[in-house]
Design a protein around this ligand. Structure first.
Ligand SMILES: *Cc1c(COP(=O)(O)O)cnc(C)c1O
Length: 428
């Protein structure tokens, strides 16, 4: 699924994943086909039993998707990856691959609202319990949330929308002391700015909808496996990986696939049974986005730094959260884990009422009000009025979202134009 690569991230962005042979297309083709032809029924049967690898149905695997997954795996430094139809599907499968009814996992409370809902409400209906913890608490306090049936620890490298930085090494220590993997949603940082596997994370997830696509064209997701977690060392905790799978004639993933056990099970079992495949057309567009990810991330960070400094010096602004600012609570962690910059997202609040914040946003011209974040065009969202509008002010604060928080996603336009737009909207 992926080749460990000697190339640097910039080269992998442009050339990773698709290696055409003599006479094949230079550009990754879209294999717009649900199915694949075989000359003997015998061979097809071997594919179904996972005795041979090969394509047979796009719900499980498709060559376009695999090339893009392999590029993402190489960028993260993992052994294999799987594309999903959305980031939500990626975060669902990442947990569901190792948790079943009766199991429990521990999760940072400062995560994307959609993930918070998926884990806190929907997974509970499947019998999988979660405990949300404050990620900045000390190790002992976080460890108190672990139980004998705990199967994973989850957090976001950079939290959406609060822009808190995860102490990945601390989280990895805690997870490994309890014999469970650390799963990190690396959507905002992208592997250009942070590779969580280098700090001890075991599984990485992405909403590729954001910077990886980068142009707001396709909803998508990915799961990447580091291959580092020793499932056999904790065999009793992970029977789905270490004991025979009846739906594959008693095959055991760790025995048959070694370091690729987790990601193979996610593909062969979860994708087979639940779907949520990414379309090859979307994977092709995602790949175009990935080809410039390294250029775009640098510009997002450069622009966001200028905009954050402008906001910090504006008398109308009450507060700014951007880890690139020297006074930011997460500046030191950002310097450690993301020395080249974090991302283009800034959280800030204006002095004045919630209504005044809404009027400010309505006056913006270049920055559009959209339910999106992390793409080439500058955009804004007021979570309290939009994504989190069902919550009271007290519930918002509990979820780490201040009622006055404006999420500004700084694009790759000219920074002076973005600042001029903010300026006219604040003074309007
Ligand atoms: C957007 C987002 C998701 C969900 O991804 P979709 O592609 O919208 O399903 C998950 N995690 C983070 C950090 C996100 O920003």
């Amino acid at each position: 699924m992926s080749e460990k690569s000697q190339f640097s991230p910039e080269t992998l962005c442009v050339q990773g994943g698709w290696n055409p042979k003599n006479g094949e297309p230079r550009v990754l083709p879209i294999y717009q086909s649900t199915t694949f032809r075989y000359s003997t029924s015998e061979q097809m049967a071997r594919l179904f039993d996972l005795e041979e690898s090969g394509y047979f149905y796009t719900r499980l695997q498709n060559p376009t998707n695999d090339a893009v997954a392999s590029k993402i795996a190489a960028l993260e430094g993992g052994v294999g990856a799987m594309l999903t139809s959305s980031g939500q599907a990626a975060n669902f499968y990442a947990i569901f691959n190792i948790c079943e009814a009766g199991d429990h996992f521990v999760c940072s409370s400062t995560i994307y609202g959609g993930t918070f809902n998926l884990y806190g409400v929907t997974l509970k209906k499947l019998g999988i319990d979660v405990t949300f913890i404050e990620p900045d608490d000390d190790e002992a306090t976080i460890e108190a949330a672990f139980r004998p049936n705990t199967k994973a620890l989850f957090g976001e490298t950079l939290s959406n929308p609060g822009m808190q930085v995860l102490d990945i090494e601390k989280f990895a220590r805690i997870a490994h002391r309890h014999g469970v993997p650390l799963i990190v949603d690396n959507t905002f940082a992208t592997p250009i700015n942070c590779r969580p596997f280098e700090w001890g994370a075991d599984i990485v997830t992405h909403s590729t909808t954001k910077y990886m696509d980068g142009h707001a064209t396709c909803v998508g997701g990915a799961i990447v496996d580091s291959g580092n977690f020793d499932w056999e060392a904790h065999a009793d905790k992970f029977p789905g990986l270490t004991r025979p799978d009846e739906s594959y004639h008693g095959l055991t993933y760790t025995k048959a696939f070694g370091k690729l056990a987790y990601i193979t099970k996610a593909t062969a079992q979860l994708m087979r049974d639940l779907g949520s495949t990414q379309s090859p057309q979307n994977a092709f567009l995602l790949n175009l986005g990935l080809e410039t990810l390294h250029l775009r991330m640098a510009r997002h960070c450069e622009n966001a730094q200028k905009v954050a400094e402008f906001l910090q010096n504006s008398p109308q602004v009450a507060w700014v959260h951007y880890p690139g600012l020297p006074g930011d609570k997460y500046h030191a962690l950002a310097r450690k884990y993301m020395p080249n910059g974090t991302c283009g997202v800034i959280a800030f609040g204006l002095k004045g009422s919630r209504q005044e914040a809404i009027e400010f946003m309505d006056r913006l011209k270049l920055a559009a009000i959209v339910t999106h974040v992390a793409d080439a065009r500058t955009c804004v969202l007021h979570p309290a009025s939009h994504t989190h509008r069902q919550l009271s002010d007290e519930q918002l604060i509990e979820a780490g979202v201040a009622p006055d928080l404006i999420r500004l996603s700084v694009g790759i336009e000219n920074a002076d134009d973005i600042i001029a737009d903010l300026c006219q909207a604040m003074n309007g």
